[in-house]
Design a protein around this ligand. Sequence first.
Ligand SMILES: [Zn+2]
Length: 324
Amino acid sequence: MRLPPRRHLAAALLLAVCSHTAFATTTHVPQQQVPGVYHQQIGELQVTALFDGTVALGRQELVGIDAGAVTRLLDHRYVPEDSKGLQTAVNAYLVQRGNRLTLVDTGTAKCFGPGLGQVLGNLRAAGYAPSDVDDVLLTHAHPDHLCGLLDAQGKAAFPNATVWLSHADAAYWLDPASEASAPQGLRFAFKLARDAVAPYEAAGTLRRFGTQDPLPTGIRALDSHGHTPGHVSYRIDSGAGQPLLVWGDVVHFHAVQFAQPDAAYEADSDRNAAIASRRRMMAEAADNGWWVAGAHLPFPGLGHVRRQDGAFAWVPAEFMPLTP
Ligand SMILES: [Zn+2]
């Protein structure tokens, strides 16, 4: 069949573009990924997701769900997996409102070895200076969230920031007595927590808070304990639009836990509380249309939650140019 002349021209142009692209790219092999930075405007907030790296979580670390159900849920999700486990992103979030900068979580810095610890570099790549950060909000005191409080020299990475940590997590993770009674596999995290907050504690800029206490303007801490004793999620007002819920570690296995929120993570300090918090945060986000940012959702980990089949599903944000 002959193409009408216009279609003919379009097809010829497309072919020309394709062959040109193929020719032009044969000599270029990317040596590294683009910076792990993603911007999202949410109302008055300029949100920047900062990639720290990935960790591997074994599917056997899911508890309260049988292996067959895990396999069925993971089928056709294409989560990268190797002998160490399922690829799991580590993300932090910088939120700018006017000239005020708030960082939620800080990544692993040197605590988890090479390949991670990229938050500080990515923050700079996004055009921000660490010394300009006004507040650092910690969702909890695990090393993948607070080790980044320190720079490569072990000094305060955010020298002008107030660091916010819940009373309950501070009481647990900064206390040598709780270290002695903790499960063996978790003990390494206590010294890392004490070291990470030390320069801020010494400077008087570590603030312990309860969920009813005032936080920086426009920000509320929502109790989402269970993964740790004092885990919190932060709801950040965006002005006229929907708020942003930076929920921390409400989900570790996105391909499983949206559909099966009752599947817990072995490392949760109180699995039943973690399940209840996950259900509560997902329901709040889904029923109110809140934006969500998740520390272990696939980068950039920004999007929405919807209800599906009696449980939930993740709706990743769509790429959107920034309005000038
Ligand atoms: Zn985490």
